[in-house]
Design a protein around this ligand. Structure first.
Ligand code: SF4
Length: 361
């Protein structure tokens, strides 16, 4: 394996991206290193997720990069050369480029942006996602937004206090939220963020409040959740891992906030008394206490509160019931709407509400 291949393998694995094991060669890496995006939604197929620098002077307690002894890193030219080779061979279709912070943040941000600029100058027209580092300068965020399809800055957790417990060097207000506001101004439709669930012992109630603030202030295109995994050699090595299902419940709650018009307060009704999700779809938990909804007269807002009905299905119901009222689950099924789960929360009265038939299934 060449030195560049070794670096690519190590720096891909160093980011804990679950892409390949250290030591796998470049061709294994390039077939394993992928996130399969929906091409119809503008996805890029196999995406290489890699760090420009695999070591860091920061002290984030949950991060594997902080304990790396090996000072591996790419120069922008060197990385661009390696990536373009993979791309020309059609082994990768997109790039997610992040970095540890071995020295000055501005220098690392310059390198990230310069790498993107070299790739674009040399004809790379595929998907490019650049990570914005905490404390990045406004000018670098501007340049990253210009060269990349998407940019992101990680919140990591829900508040200054929580971040202070797991990443003492970063200032939540200054280094992250202030920079995220700049990110949103520079790339209003194309920025994302990420939370590490459970590392700072935050509750799901805190996560919901944090998400509501995100959609009110900066409207990220996506919020990603990763369940905390303890790593040997870090201060959180003995901290319990977060179950994967908790991240799944956070994703479901996030969809409800972003696409279904739920409020954080509504969603908090699905939490237990300690402020945590149980391992059930939050929408189903809330719907258990809800009055049945008349499918022929309900507003879109009401329909969206029924498990099994999403925004597209709600629009379809409203369109179809103008032609002919729904009379039972068979009509729902014919309209392609999720069978028994939805029907359990629906009635099929006529428009005047004279026939109320709640289905007991
Ligand atoms: S800034 Fe923190 S999370 Fe990012 S690479 Fe450095 S130690 Fe890891």
């Amino acid at each position: 394996m060449s030195i560049v291949e070794q670096k690519l393998s190590s720096l891909t694995a160093a980011g804990q991206f679950d892409i390949c094991a250290p030591g796998e060669c470049i061709h294994v890496l390039s077939t394993a290193a992928h996130i399969t995006y929906n091409r119809r939604a503008g996805g890029c197929g196999r995406m290489l997720k890699v760090l420009l620098n695999g070591y860091c002077s920061y002290d984030c307690a949950y991060c594997s990069v902080r304990v790396n002894r090996e000072r591996l890193g790419f120069s922008p030219d060197e990385f661009a050369e390696a990536f373009l080779r993979l791309w020309h061979e059609d082994l990768v279709g997109g790039l997610f480029l992040s970095s540890g912070i071995p020295h000055d943040v501005d220098l690392v941000m310059h390198d990230l942006v310069e790498t993107g600029e070299i790739l674009r100058c040399r004809g790379y027209d595929g998907y490019l996602h650049l990570k914005i580092l905490p404390g990045a300068a406004r000018a670098d965020i501007h340049d990253a937004a210009r060269v990349a399809d998407r940019i992101s800055i990680n919140l990591e957790t829900t508040s200054s206090d929580r971040l202070g417990c797991i990443a003492g060097v970063k200032d939540y207000q200054q280094d992250i939220l202030k920079r995220q506001a700049w990110v949103a101004e520079e790339k209003p439709e194309g920025h994302t963020t990420q939370l590490v669930i459970g590392a700072a012992d935050e509750t799901d109630a805190e996560i919901l409040s944090c998400l509501a603030g995100q959609y009110r202030r900066v409207r990220p295109a996506r919020v990603y959740f990763s369940a905390f995994r303890s790593l040997p050699g870090t201060p959180l090595a003995e901290h319990p891992d977060t179950p994967a299902w908790r991240a799944r419940r956070c994703y479901q709650a996030d969809y409800l906030l972003r696409d279904y018009g739920f409020t954080a307060d509504e969603l908090k009704a699905s939490l237990d008394e300690d402020g945590f999700f149980e391992n059930r779809d939050p929408k189903e938990v809330i719907a258990a206490d809800m009055m049945p909804v008349n499918v022929n007269t309900a507003t879109k807002w009401d329909l969206l509160r029924v498990p099994g009905i999403g925004p597209k299905a709600a629009d379809r119901i409203i369109r179809l019931r103008k032609q002919r009222p729904f009379t039972g689950p068979a009509d729902l099924a014919r309209a392609g709407i999720g069978g028994q789960v939805a029907a359990r929360h629906l009635t099929f009265g006529n428009r005047k509400g004279t026939i109320q038939t709640k289905l007991i299934l």
